[in-house]
Design a protein around this ligand. Structure first.
Ligand code: AMP
Length: 387
């Protein structure tokens, strides 16, 4: 691990937090950082980025642009991230005085499913049965070892179900190999899911952990649709998920945030699905539902400050707002905002597209059923015709 991620003088208000990436996760981090009195510099290839709107300075360039990246890196006091596909080469351009949090190792691991699974397996974390695949012949062998049905997933670059193919029987192997464009992949046993949960761990420079969750996640077309917290799982399952997530953060000696997504099987087993060393969509409900949000916690950890409180204030639900809601007409904001318990977050993206994450709504209530129902009803009301 980079020594630079270790203990150092805290970075304080007035100093500059560098955010690698310009999306909505960076936007919500930037909002908290600005509120707290930090300066924020964002590095992004996007001209008009959600995070850029809250930055003091935006560096617009691809991360292969060494000159631009060096200017950015020289202008900041700490570097953190809002996505995991960070180019390792660019981190070499960060001056020694600037801590990189989390450190490069966790990104290198999380960028490749095969590496990620090997890391988790090495530390004894429970995973679905899997095998790595580099050719059709490999896939045929892997199907014997892993068993079918199974899911073939590209090792790099897949997200929200992209680059995945379900294989029900051996007649589908060749098609699946085409579907992943013959790229290095991982074959994973198809899990009989009772539900999916995530746990977000914030780990500070001294190794103390704050844990959010488990959060119960429901997907539609592989994209997160609805999250509720606390998850409706048995206490033993909740405890195990939190314990495993903390272990992952410790094994990486992480400084910052990491989200661990789990499969909970029909038998109550808890298996790691994937990890993301950054704030997570399922953690948006921490903004209103918890004393200190995932974003504020990220800020505290990467600035070398002690953790904030992870006490949950109230049961909470979050429904994603995808670009689909912009068709056939502009969402009916008046209808949604008529609901007094609804917190609306929009990411200020200018071109809504089906499947694109445009915002979310959060609802706090006396129980998660009520919170979820109110959030979904509020979202549905966006489809009502404008008067
Ligand atoms: P991923 O991108 O790996 O998180 O996969 C996206 C979604 O596909 C997951 O959230 C699950 O709902 C489903 N999925 C992925 N892998 C499996 C599996 N091995 N068994 C069952 N469902 C899966």
């Amino acid at each position: 691990m980079s020594q630079r991620g270790g203990i150092s003088k805290p970075i304080l208000p007035g100093q500059t937090v560098g955010i690698y990436g310009g999306g909505q996760l960076g936007r919500m981090l930037a909002q908290v950082a600005r509120r707290t009195g930090y300066r924020v510099h964002v590095f992004t290839p996007e001209d008009d980025s959600p995070a850029g709107h809250f930055a003091n300075q935006v560096f617009v360039a691809p991360d292969t642009d060494e000159e631009a990246f060096r200017r950015f890196a020289n202008s900041i006091d700490v570097l953190t991230f809002e996505f995991e596909n960070v180019s390792a080469a660019s981190l070499e351009w960060v001056p020694e005085r600037v801590p990189i949090r989390p450190g490069p190792q966790v990104f290198w691991t999380a960028q490749d499913r095969g590496r990620e699974k090997a890391f988790l397996q090495k530390y004894g974390l429970p995973l679905p049965k899997f095998a790595t695949v580099d050719s059709l012949a490999d896939l045929e062998r892997a199907a014997q070892v892993v068993g079918l049905p199974a899911v073939l997933k590209t090792s790099a670059g897949g997200y929200d179900g992209k680059g995945q193919a379900v294989i029900r029987d051996s007649s589908e192997l060749a098609n699946a190999w085409q579907a992943v464009q013959e790229r290095p992949s991982t074959l994973e046993a198809f899990v009989d899911l009772a539900c999916e949960v995530s746990v977000i761990v914030a780990r500070d420079v001294w190794g103390a952990c704050g844990v959010y969750g488990p959060i119960e996640n429901h997907h539609t077309n592989h994209i997160l649709d609805l999250s509720v917290c606390p998850a409706r799982v048995e206490a033993g399952v909740a405890h195990r998920a939190c314990e495993l997530a903390r272990k992952v953060a410790d094994h990486f000696e992480l400084v910052g945030l990491i989200c661990i997504e789990f499969f909970v099987t029909a038998e109550g087993e808890v298996l790691v699905n994937e990890i993301a060393p950054r704030p997570h969509n399922s953690g948006h409900l921490t903004i209103e539902g918890f004393a200190v949000s995932q974003f504020e916690q990220q800020l505290r950890c990467v600035c070398g400050l002690p953790l904030g409180s992870t006490v949950q204030r109230t049961p909470v639900a979050m429904a994603n707002l995808l670009g689909d809601l912009w068709f056939p007409h502009e969402p009916n904001w008046r209808a949604l905002l008529a609901s007094p318990e609804t917190y609306l977050h929009l990411y200020d993206k200018n071109s809504p597209r089906p499947g694109r994450k445009m915002g979310h709504v959060t609802v706090c209530a006396t129980d998660v059923e009520r919170a979820a129902l109110t959030a979904v009803n509020a979202r549905d009301s966006l489809g009502l015709p404008w008067e």
